[in-house]
Write a protein that binds this ligand. Structure first.
Ligand code: GLC
Length: 588
């Protein structure tokens, strides 16, 4: 945020109603995309499974221990375990307690709708019967069973979507794969050979041998757009309905897959206008560690789920089974308790979307159609749930678990209050339904109250239209992208309460293809035309001066940015527009 300057007082008001300016769900713009995403949008909650030879080491090798709080599946790399030695260890894998139907049953009982399994992690070992490399669980160990086969079958028969995690770039076993510099000289690596002889052929096997694969979950993305596109095209050509996560490409690229993944254990700070997923651990590691007992409680899991879903995301929660196939009992206990809550509250999670109302002191909100689900995490001392900002009528309110109990609703101006006395509290998350007279509408979506600072109109405060969408990149930054023509825009309403000169500055990143593309910043009736200057890469944000504008009158202004013609490519990755007062300012 900006330093206080004490010269300008700008209040954000949104006089236009949200519906006039709000972008429709832009991800629905292409129907193929919408078809592919449908189940994902409905599902909300999935199980991630990290399981491989690293589970056998369980966080310890030759007396060296993986510190709690770091990833146990990285043990080969952390201790530079020689390939020959790791391979010997991998031979011991014999998961006699592996029970695909039982694992899937647990996911299902927890309320999860999809499952993503590590078919190959960075250590290069295939957890399925690969014919590309004998370094796989069937040919390399005495186990002789194919977990991808068994899990995909179990998912199909129990009605869960099945997906594979595949480490496409990183491979510490293959001399040409990325990452192992302790056995193999970097200068002698031929990365293309690894891609052509192992990575792509294995992906092809996974997409042709096991029926429908609903997601390929890539990790540690390719360094070049070209490589990422090759993998995307391969998936599309073999299974057009299969989803691809954002980690197919690197941190320095815009989204190449179907949806974005947050950083590990990250949660978006706000509602985004793209599909996203939060991959999270149940303790602090993905692969099993015998040392890590920092378990999240069922309450933690439920609160995270609601927080994520209330911002429009999916929660992909990991378990790390032990080498013998046993799921740590602490994980099982927690998931079972989460499942009990989901059986009661599932309606408030599945198929819901982000709440237009912000997080509340008492909890979080999810939305479906004309229903708001009020998730109470901290019971209010006065037994009242205030709701401020809705323009709708609240027609009725009741506990989700007991629709027969009608709750008293009162209204003062834009604040509704739902009284929840004597209602039986549910553990961790008591859910109430507020039935509205239509889809929830919040007006004004007030973003910034009166301040005395120079003004920063940022991504989250913007109202977007057309294809322009608020998005996330894996470096944890938010930006507006996807705008390619004049009907795609970002807008803000501001109330200028002191007239005078303002310097206008814009902050964005842009790719070389956008060089010299014209765009327009309109403020009130006036416009500033400008041309894009490319920055280093998609996430190298820079600030550019657009010149001065004089506000001769105080009052409300509409500020709007849009490409000035059809460009055929993304205009820029926008972060903010600054209005910085210059010289003396006056009130009317
Ligand atoms: C990180 C870890 C990787 C794990 C992944 C899951 O990228 O390095 O081991 O598989 O997170 O999100």
């Amino acid at each position: 945020m900006f330093p206080k300057a004490g010269v300008l007082s700008v209040v954000m008001v949104l006089s236009l109603t949200g519906s006039a300016l709000y972008a429709a769900d832009t991800s629905e713009s292409s129907s193929h995309e919408a078809q592919r995403m449908r189940w994902f949008k409905e599902a909300k909650f999935g199980m991630f499974i990290h399981w491989g030879p690293y589970s056998y080491l369980a966080g310890e090798w030759n007396g060296l221990k993986i510190p709690v709080g770091t990833e146990a599946e990285w043990i080969m790399q952390r201790f530079n375990i020689p390939v020959a030695e790791y391979r010997q260890m991998a031979r011991q894998l014999n998961p006699v307690h592996f029970d695909a139907a039982g694992w899937v049953q647990l996911a299902k009982a927890t309320g999860m709708k999809y499952l993503i399994f590590t078919a190959k992690h960075h250590d290069g070992f295939a957890m399925y019967h690969s014919t590309v490399s004998r370094y796989n669980i069937v040919d390399w160990t005495q186990f002789k069973r194919d977990p991808v086969q068994e899990l995909s079958t179990a998912c199909r028969s129990q009605g869960l979507r099945f997906g594979v995690y595949y480490s496409h770039r990183e491979d510490w076993d293959d001399p040409d794969g990325f990452g192992n510099t302790w056995d193999y000289k970097r200068s002698q690596k031929n990365f293309e050979r690894y891609l052509e002889q192992k990575s792509k052929p294995q992906l092809r096997e996974l997409l042709t041998r096991y029926g429908l694969i609903s997601v390929v979950w890539f990790d540690r993305g390719m360094d070049t757009v070209e490589h990422a596109n090759e993998f995307r095209d391969l998936v599309r050509s073999l299974q057009p309905s299969c989803l691809i996560n954002g980690r197919i490409g690197s941190y320095g690229q815009d989204l190449i897959g179907d949806y974005q993944d947050m950083s590990d254990n990250g949660i978006s700070t706000d509602g985004l206008q793209e599909y996203w997923e939060a991959p999270q651990t149940l303790n602090t590691t993905w692969g099993y560690s015998k040392f890590d007992q920092q378990w999240k409680t069922p309450g933690d899991v439920i609160h995270r789920l609601v927080e994520i879903v209330g911002k429009g995301g999916n929660y992909l929660l990991n378990i790390g089974p032990m080498a013998d196939g046993t799921i740590p009992p602490e994980s099982v206990r927690t998931l079972e308790q989460v499942g009990e809550r989901m059986r009661v509250n599932g309606e408030s999670i599945y198929g819901t979307s982000a709440s237009p109302l912000p997080p509340q002191a008492w909890g979080r909100i999810t939305v479906k159609g004309s229903k708001l689900y009020l998730h109470v995490f901290s019971w209010p001392a006065d037994d009242k749930l205030p709701l401020t900002g809705l323009t709708n009528k609240v027609l009725a309110a009741y506990p989700l678990a007991n629709p027969g109990t009608k709750l008293e609703i009162s209204q003062v101006h834009r604040t509704y209050t739902i009284a929840v006395p004597a209602v039986r509290r549910q553990p961790n998350d008591s859910v109430f339904v507020a039935e509205l007279d239509g889809a929830p509408h919040v007006d004004p979506p007030v973003v910034v109250q009166g301040t005395e600072t120079p003004f920063e109109l940022d991504t989250m405060q913007a109202v977007t239209g057309g294809k322009a969408a608020k998005r996330f990149n894996r470096q944890g930054k938010l930006h507006i992208a996807k705008w390619t023509g004049p009907s795609d825009f970002a807008a803000w309403h501001i109330l200028v309460s002191q007239k005078g000169n303002y310097q206008i500055r814009i902050r964005y990143s842009a790719l070389p293809e956008s060089e010299a593309t014209k765009y327009v910043v309109a403020i009130g009736g006036r416009t500033i035309a400008a041309f894009i200057k490319p920055t280093g890469d998609a996430f190298d944000y820079k600030t550019f001066d657009l010149g001065q504008m004089t506000f001769t009158k105080t009052g409300p202004y509409l500020v709007k940015i849009a490409p000035s013609s059809e460009t055929g490519h993304d205009l820029m990755f926008f972060q903010s527009l600054e209005l910085v007062p210059e010289g003396p300012l006056m009130v009317d």
